[in-house]
Design a binder for this molecule. Structure first.
Ligand code: CO
Length: 134
């Protein structure tokens, strides 16, 4: 069961500029910033009511985010939806013929279980599933 939108991921060229826009001008609150060396990413989470905005900046030119920006420009990269039981969701989706990028959940930046659905199966929208904290 899909519960709610947890966050919206936005690919940006400059996280500093994006934070300036979203926080200083639009008034969102910066929750945290993180550099994830193994993914080649700087990320920032901003609070917008019950939904977070996740800004994603690539620090190398060979990451999926860098390739996304090269192909499509800056913009919405993925929507993250919270689920109760990620293993069950993955197996239900697979049975329904939905292709998953992660056939097994992996551990996200907040130690939560996540899995991405292949956008080919969802009308071009990259969806991240995230298991709710118990
Ligand atoms: Co995300």
């Amino acid at each position: 069961v899909l519960k709610r939108v947890a966050h919206i991921g936005i690919a940006v060229k400059s996280i500093n500029e994006a934070v300036r826009l979203f926080c200083n001008i639009l008034g969102l609150k910066l929750k945290e910033t993180q550099r994830i060396e193994e993914l080649g990413l700087n990320i920032a989470f901003l609070k917008l009511g019950d939904v977070d905005i996740e800004l994603l900046e690539s620090v190398r030119n060979d990451t999926p985010i860098a390739k996304f920006i090269e192909k499509r420009g800056e913009g919405i990269h993925h929507i993250c939806i919270e689920v109760d039981d990620i293993e069950k969701t993955i197996s239900n989706l697979s049975q329904a013929g939905i292709e998953l990028i992660d056939k097994e959940p992996r551990i996200g930046t907040h130690k939560e279980k996540i899995a991405f659905i292949n956008p080919k199966s969802t009308g071009g929208v990259l969806i991240e599933l995230e298991e709710a904290e118990k």
